[in-house]
Design a protein around this ligand. Sequence first.
Ligand SMILES: [Zn+2]
Length: 264
Amino acid sequence: MLKTEPSTIRMFSFVGGLLIFLIWELLSPYRPVTVSKLKRWIINLAFTGFNNIILSLLFAAAIVQACQYVSVNRLGILNSIEMPHWQKILLTIIILDFMLYIWHLLNHKVPFLWDLHRVHHCDLNMDVSTATRFHVGELAISKVITLCLILFLGVDVYGLFLFETLVIMATQFHHSSLKISVWFEKFFWILFVPPSMHRIHHSVIIKERDSNYGIIFSLWDRILGTLLTDIDQTEIRIGVGSYQKQEKLNFHHLLMMPLTRRVR
Ligand SMILES: [Zn+2]
């Protein structure tokens, strides 16, 4: 039960979210596309399939076993504190989201990590499929960090899978190209990350890109001074300045991109 149930919910939320946001984007897109949506989707979904096969083989069993090991042996910080299970799960989500914020910030500040992370940022349009376009190297390093965090914090399988499901929902929503009322985005922005906040992060302008690192909560950007709000949304150009030709951004180009010349 422990091995299959939460991961099945996570998979359904991924596929369900992808379909719901795709239909919503087709009915009410934030802006017209500038490159073929179909072509980008094929590339981005190729990454999803490829990454899932590699990461499942390398990490899926180890991560579930690490969670079970710390729970059975009551290891890690969260297991050394007496508190109700729901509070432990809430604390897990808050701590892991902060760790994800730090990891995302490092992906922009450390040159070697940016070499991998630019694969995500060089998508020329941003939509829900962008949420799944990551280089396998970036995800593999993040899985090793996740394993270390599970052991150090004492994260149980329910806390981890609930966190990962929330991350999927949050990233799918804030990458989506959706027309949403301004008042809703402003309200949502108080605590969470709406598409307008993340759109600034995908700007070709480096000062704008080096802001708004939050994934679930906007809180960390607010506290640590990386929040940028006052940008004309209609003027934002998506992508990385040096990569402007879609024909140079096919699957094999993106896979090899970290080995090519470093660009900001
Ligand atoms: Zn980024």
